[in-house]
Design a protein around this ligand. Structure first.
Ligand code: NAD
Ligand code: WQD
Length: 371
């Protein structure tokens, strides 16, 4: 039977008017509060997702070993949502701690798994650290989920799995390419691990391939906290503008793009966070799943490095000190997402403009400077 409008003719109603029966959709409209483990929930994307989950009425427990974040984020989340989520500090590569955690937290509905190392360059220097941290954590979580019958998983993957796609915008069907770094390889292997284990264990999973998350919460109370010199474009721009860095290097202006600089699909971290909530809500209602579902999360269009700089200059009213340098080894020329699948299946669409993204990143940088 189709859900929603049943098309049933009512004898009480005038001819031609159809009675809408909500009997089959009542469950959809009834809100179900979910209890979610957010691994890496004090990190950049995790903290924004915790805010979204709480604001939609869900309960959150965070596990994070604080290797790339701080416990102070919990207080900041509390200021935004009115509720400080529970944080347990331990390393997810510790199998016994993971089993113990799941044993103590009965009634978990699902896991959103962010915790991972993510610096591409560092992963080339320390490949085993990356394989151990990112893969062992995931294995421990998958096993504990299976043991405790926690059967819904949303996993942080990356557009890095596509490399330089042959055609743009890139769809989820595009062939995956050999990873350009150990970090990228951990994402590819993680996706495969989940795909292999999910049907055996009864776990239903959504793999979210993020494009380039940027920006910060509009409250400017949480945002990205890069340790040391940032690798990513936006923190480098805002740190240069605030005076922490002398100048931004624009890595290459000789690409085959309209202004010669590389193109990416930048997405606001709050839009990204919202997609995780929708993905988890979808899983909690899904009766059956043959294999993990994969969704691209981007805006569906690309911007060049110079366009991002222009946007930053527009919203901040500042002139950014930058210079064109050589290309960065390993960088691809251009990529942006086909997001039609996330739109049609998850009912999700990114809504923030590039200026909103750069403005929120700048407000966050100014907030940090004021502390
Ligand atoms: P982040 O470093 O800010 O957050 C990750 C969090 O996980 C940190 O708080 C860290 O302390 C924690 N963590 C790492 N290893 C852990 C372990 N073994 N046990 C417990 N906690 C651990 O990173 P982020 O930018 O929020 O990224 C979140 C996820 O999204 C990662 O899986 C990353 O690979 C993926 N991703 C990020 C981007 C991006 O540009 N930021 C793009 C694509 C995919
Ligand atoms: C964006 C653009 C740079 C810094 C990385 C990871 C990828 C994913 C997202 C996790 C590029 C240019 C940058 C600078 C610059 N992360 N740039 N000067 O490289 O698209 O993707 O983050 O999964 O896996 O590789 O993001 O922010 O580093 O760079 O000119 O100082 O900005 O060349 O064109 P990237 P990025």
């Amino acid at each position: 039977m189709s859900r929603g409008f049943t098309g049933e003719k009512s004898p009480d109603w005038p001819t031609g008017v159809y009675k809408v029966s909500f009997s089959s959709v009542n469950l959809d409209f009834k809100f179900r509060r979910l209890k979610i483990l957010v691994s890496g929930g004090t990190g950049y994307i995790g903290s924004h997702t915790v805010v979204e989950l709480q604001q939609k009425g869900h309960e959150v427990v965070i596990v994070d070993n604080l290797c790339n974040s701080s416990a102070g984020v919990i207080r900041q989340i509390g200021k935004i949502t009115g509720t400080e989520p529970l944080l347990e500090v331990f390393d997810l590569t510790d199998r016994h701690r993971v089993e113990d955690f799941f044993g103590r937290h009965a009634g978990l509905d699902g896991v959103i798994h962010f915790a991972a190392f993510k610096a591409v360059g560092e992963s080339v220097q320390k490949p085993l650290d990356y394989y151990r941290n990112n893969l062992v954590s995931l294995m421990n979580i998958l096993e504990a989920m299976h043991q405790q019958r926690v059967l819904h998983l949303v996993f942080s993957s990356s557009c890095t799995v596509y490399g330089q796609p042959e055609s743009l915008p890139v769809t989820e069907e595009a062939p995956l390419q050999k990873a350009l770094s150990p970090y990228g390889n951990t994402k590819r292997i993680s996706e495969e691990m989940i795909a292999d284990y999910a049907p055996l264990s009864g776990i239903k999973a959504v793999l979210l391939r993020y494009f380039n998350p940027i920006g910060a919460h509009p409250s400017a109370l949480i945002g990205e906290l890069p340790l040391g010199e940032p690798n990513n474009l936006l923190p480098y721009i805002t740190q240069t503008a605030i005076g922490k860095r002398a100048a931004l290097s624009v890595f290459g202006a000789d690409y085959n793009t309209p202004d010669g600089t590389a193109i990416r699909d930048y997405i606001h971290v709050c839009d990204l966070a919202n997609a995780h909530v929708l993905a988890m809500e979808r899983l909690s209602k899904l009766q059956q799943q043959q294999k993990p579902e994969v969704f691209n999360l981007g805006t569906g269009h690309g911007n060049s490095v110079l366009e991002v700089i222009q946007s930053f200059e527009r919203v901040s009213g500042l002139k950014l000190n930058y210079r064109i340098t050589d290309r960065r080894p390993g960088d691809i020329e251009q990529v942006w997402a086909d997001v039609s699948l996330a739109e049609s299946v998850l009912g999700w669409k990114a809504v923030s403009s590039l200026d909103e993204m750069t403005r929120s990143a700048w407000n966050w940088e100014k907030y940090l400077a004021s502390q």
